[in-house]
Design a protein around this ligand. Structure first.
Ligand SMILES: Nc1nc2c(c(=O)[nH]1)N[C@H]1C(S)=C(S)[C@@H](COP(=O)(O)OP(=O)(O)OC[C@H]3O[C@@H](n4cnc5c(=O)[nH]c(N)nc54)[C@H](O)[C@@H]3O)O[C@H]1N2
Ligand SMILES: Nc1nc2c(c(=O)[nH]1)N[C@H]1C(S)=C(S)[C@@H](COP(=O)(O)OP(=O)(O)OC[C@H]3O[C@@H](n4cnc5c(=O)[nH]c(N)nc54)[C@H](O)[C@@H]3O)O[C@H]1N2
Ligand code: SF4
Ligand SMILES: [Mo]
Length: 703
């Protein structure tokens, strides 16, 4: 039996793996407090992907552009990539090669990928899919608290809450085992849909997509006029209230109702519930964050929490529910365009000097900050843009906004290299495919949504022909002229180096002893000598399960209100595109679906693109339950099966983004970016609906 963690979401449920002649079975780890014996469908069935019939087991290459991918030896594939990268860098400079990473990569992989880009390639052009996920909450959290850790408290603290406000988070589907910790609380759920989570709420607020910022300002207004402002806390622990209040003062309840659709009475009910609770939390998810004003929206929710005196108090607080398995650690160790390991800024001379010292290079040789995820993808193959791209841990053909344009950009490259374990839609467009190991076949560390560093453990051998991401990066680095020892492929060695690189940074891992990684040591996750490894955990210090109890991380120790005002979504409904479309997730599928579309149980539960439509809206547009519709925006059209949902707003439709081909929700999404976080507006665009004949297909059955 091997104790490890689920390969999917940020909850990182503890699992126990048993190997038998029939294969690997997964069961929940009763002793891991985050999931306490539960798993969702994806966790139970995770082993299916290890044995996927179309698992990649050999490198693939196209003999010539336009021809089919064919199996080749590792040597051939790596030599070809090395030679092409050297040619492109020689002809066009290091920024002609770009790297796109993922929040599912272990800490060791994310760290090595960032180092590979900056040192072996010398490129500034690296970013990752966390830009599509966490970046707005990270920006707002850093601005408010001086430090951004998804949940600044253990997830089990939620169990003693009286009231929890969930803004744009559908945890009943996206992190089902988390619901057990919310069972004792009254939930206030903010979601345009009556989601599975909203079904369990004491109060459901249903704003139009893209109006959360007005709603959060209105809630602050209601809290203050009702006399709920925590004057002592605001005076002692915060700064900037007056400026923030001046903006919120304009959001009297009737105006808030007019813009958001949330009734005045419900606004007051929400703030009364929060104010009356002894222990309460505000949590945000992607519904509030994935907007062209996501940073300001999260700031407005944080302002509300600060006004009520919640953050930095035991039993209360603000948190963001991170998304991907290593969404937290993935953003701390250097695959983000503007960051170096330890959550350091790449523009900070002291940070550059420290990290360059660990890497054994000259700080002056490290590139500066590159463009953000969408901007990077959108620049590929354009004049002056990158000519080659290496992808590790993302499937942007399905998951990037305005996906048709991104597929065109990928096709315009001289060289697309993708490391993956299944033939994702992005793998299928690649010039070179590198088959890599999966979770149960590898060791490493992951950092879950509460900032707790966990051990991923190897339980089985990978199929012959498959190599680890770390091995691939070392082999490529050597072909680019690097000494092999600079790029270790043993996760324990990488972790030891990561500890040094992170030492003194905001996300300091240096106190996490290397023996935690040893195969005999039963866990960073169960408990090290000083308890579970919540960062910051400096060498010689102790882990930090709860941040901010005494002071916030700004120099003056205070949390900062941010003065924010409402603005509209980048695109509003009009005569031609009269409806809001929003996108999100269903329980059985994960992200671009590359993994879960290979799991029969997931396909049975939800195997095809669909669109949720109010029955009246369906009727007005000639749509019938169970038939196909075309959902059309200014970027393009997607095909989806109609599901009529009477609880939905009549002005809004919802599409999951897990499906490929003609059923990709991202064919219609708007790549309008948040000015601070550069997060695209996945959660709202304007569309119209058209019925489709019976001959049409969503293309979702294809893998
Ligand atoms: N089953 C499953 N679980 C997952 C994932 C998955 O793909 N599948 N992915 C993981 C990852 S990476 C992430 S980031 C998390 C995401 O977890 P969540 O944030 O919970 O997931 P979403 O479904 O994207 O969005 C949540 C809700 O936001 C609502 N929403 C849409 N527009 C708005 C709006 O304008 N305002 C508000 N308040 N709400 C709005 C949607 O209706 C939806 O119910 O899930 C993680 N867990
Ligand atoms: N419309 C719409 N679009 C969205 C969102 C939305 O809400 N609406 N949400 C956005 C969010 S929050 C996210 S996080 C993104 C996620 O979208 P993607 O970045 O596409 O994430 P995945 O589908 O998880 O893709 C991960 C790929 O990497 C592979 N992989 C997994 N682990 C590893 C590994 O360790 N090494 C390597 N080499 N490969 C690996 C998987 O097989 C898969 O092909 O989608 C974003 N796109
Ligand atoms: S909730 Fe997340 S971590 Fe837990 S079993 Fe489901 S996908 Fe895996
Ligand atoms: Mo995400």
């Amino acid at each position: 039996m091997t104790r490890t963690h689920c390969p999917y979401c940020a909850l990182q449920c503890g699992t126990r793996l048993e190997v038998s002649p029939q294969g690997l079975t997964v069961s929940p780890d009763e002793d891991f407090p985050v999931n306490a014996g539960r798993l969702c469908l994806k966790g139970w069935t995770a082993a299916r992907v290890l044995a996927a019939p179309d698992r990649l087991t050999s490198p693939l290459m196209r003999p010539r552009p336009g021809t089919a991918q064919r199996p080749v030896s590792w040597e051939t594939a790596l030599d070809h990539v090395g030679a092409e990268l050297r040619r492109i860098v020689r002809a066009h400079g290091p920024d002609a090669v770009a790297v796109f990473g993922g929040g599912g990569l272990t800490n060791e992989k994310a760290y090595t990928l960032g180092k590979f880009a900056r040192v072996a390639l010398g490129t500034s052009q690296i970013d990752y899919n966390g830009r599509f996920c966490m970046s707005s909450a990270a920006a707002a959290g850093s601005a408010a608290f001086g430090l951004d850790r998804g949940l600044p408290f253990p997830v089990t603290d939620l169990a003693s809450a009286d009231v929890v406000l969930l803004a744009g988070a559908n945890v009943a589907e996206t992190m089902p085992p988390l619901m057990q910790h919310l069972a004792g609380a009254d939930l206030i759920v903010v979601d345009p849909r009556r989601s599975a989570t909203a079904e369990r709420a004491a109060l459901h607020l249903s704003p139009a997509p893209g109006t959360d910022l007005a709603l959060a300002l209105g809630l602050l207004h209601a809290a203050v006029v009702e006399g709920h402002l925590d004057h002592d806390y605001v005076a002692q622990r915060t700064s900037g209230f007056d400026e923030a209040w001046r903006r919120a003062a304009e959001w009297w309840p009737e105006r808030t109702e007019r813009v958001t659709g949330v009734p005045v009475a419900d606004q007051f009910a929400a703030v009364r519930m929060l104010a009356a609770a002894k222990r309460s939390y505000v949590l945000t998810g992607r519904g509030a964050e994935q907007h062209s004003k996501g940073t300001d929206t999260v700031s407005a929710y944080i302002n509300l929490a600060l006004a009520l005196g919640m953050p930095g108090r035991e039993g209360s607080g603000y948190g963001c529910l991170t998304g991907q398995g290593n969404g937290q650690g993935g953003r701390e160790h250097g695959q983000k365009a503007d960051q170096l390991p330890g959550y350091r800024r790449i523009t900070d001379p002291a940070a550059r000097a420290h990290v360059a010292g660990v890497w054994g290079v000259d700080p002056g040789d490290l590139p500066g900050a590159g463009p953000s995820g969408y901007e990077l993808l959108d620049s590929l193959g354009r004049p002056g843009g990158p000519r080659a791209l290496l992808v590790f841990g993302s499937n942007p053909v399905v998951s990037a906004p305005a996906a048709r344009g991104i597929a065109e950009r990928l096709a315009a490259l001289d060289l697309l290299v993708v490391a993956d374990f299944v033939p994702s839609e992005t793998v299928r467009t690649a010039d070179v495919v590198l088959p890599v190991t999966q979770w149960a076949e590898e060791d490493g560390t992951m950092t879950n949504l509460e900032g707790r560093v966990l051990r991923r453990r190897r339980a089985i051998d990978p199929p012959p022909g498959v190599r680890s991401d770390l091995w691939v990066l070392r082999e490529l680095a050597v072909r680019l002229g690097q000494p092999g020892e600079r790029f270790p492929d043993d996760p324990g060695d990488v972790f030891a180096e990561l500890r040094r690189a992170s030492a003194g940074g905001l996300a300091d891992y240096s106190g996490i002893e290397p023996e935690y990684l040893g195969s005999t040591m039963d866990a960073v996750d169960a408990a090290g000598p000083a308890g579970p490894a919540y960062w910051p955990y400096p060498a010689g210090g102790t882990p930090t399960p709860r941040l901010f109890l005494e002071r916030f991380a700004h120099d003056d120790g205070r949390a900062r209100f941010r003065a924010v005002g409402h603005r509209d979504a980048a695109e509003l409904p009009d005569g031609t595109y009269p409806l809001h479309a929003t996108t999100g997730r269903v329980l059985a599928q994960y992200q671009s679906g590359a993994q879960t579309r290979r799991v029969p149980e997931s396909m049975e539960a939800d195997g095809e693109a669909f669109v949720e439509v109010h029955p009246d809206t369906a009727r007005r547009n000639g749509l019938t339950e169970g038939r196909l519709a075309r959902v059309v925006s200014r970027r393009g059209a997607t095909v989806a099966r109609v599901r009529t949902v009477a609880s939905l707003r009549t002005d809004t439709v919802f599409l999951p983004f897990h499906f490929p081909g003609a059923g990709r929700a991202n064919l219609i999404t708007n790549p309008a970016l948040d000015p601070v976080s550069r997060m695209p507006e996945f959660k709202v665009c304007a569309v119209r609906l058209e019925p489709l004949g019976t001959g049409a297909t969503t293309g979702s059955g294809e893998l």
